[in-house]
Write a protein that binds this ligand. Structure first.
Ligand code: FES
Ligand code: FES
Length: 156
């Protein structure tokens, strides 16, 4: 059945079953392939997007649960204040290795920084623990989040 979902400030009409995971709608219907499929079971974080600013796993989010909420994906996160600072820091610290997990890492880190401009190590651990990196870029991820936080004023 048709659904209208708001992705990166654009309304899209999609004709899919209501239980279709948002990840498949983004990738296969809308052609937005920046968001990655890893496990399909909310275990790796590769598919992370924002729904009303909250980091969610799109692989287990049925499209009919979205309603009028605003979805933000990696394609547009650089247009947000926190996302721009995270992406800048990711480049400065040369965080990615193979890159496959990095969309999800950036989305989780951006959600953290937007809600908590001065995250502690513990805050970073809590926010990022569900994002797996098989290349082991965790040390650079932590450094990049700290760099972005240092360049973030009140309100993210
Ligand atoms: S693909 Fe969604 S958490 Fe792994
Ligand atoms: S950079 Fe390769 S899985 Fe994270």
């Amino acid at each position: 059945m048709p659904f209208t979902i708001k992705v990166n400030d654009n309304a899209h009409s999609v004709d899919v079953d209501g239980d279709t995971p948002l990840l498949w709608v983004l990738r296969d219907v809308l052609g937005m392939t920046g968001t990655k499929f890893g496990c399909g079971m909310a275990l790796c974080g590769a598919c992370t997007v924002h729904v009303d600013g909250i980091a969610v796993r799109s692989c287990i989010t049925p499209v009919d649960s979205i309603g009028t909420s605003a979805i933000t994906t990696i394609e547009a996160i650089g247009a947000t204040a926190a996302g721009a600072k995270i992406q800048r820091a990711w480049l400065d610290r040369e965080v990615p290795q193979c890159g496959y997990c990095q969309s999800g890492q950036i989305m989780s880190a951006s959600a953290l920084l937007a809600s908590n401009p001065r995250p502690t190590d513990s805050d970073i651990d809590d926010a990022m623990s569900g994002n797996i990196c098989r290349c082991g870029t965790y040390v650079r991820i932590r450094e990049a989040i700290k760099q972005a936080a240092q360049s973030t004023g009140q309100g993210g």
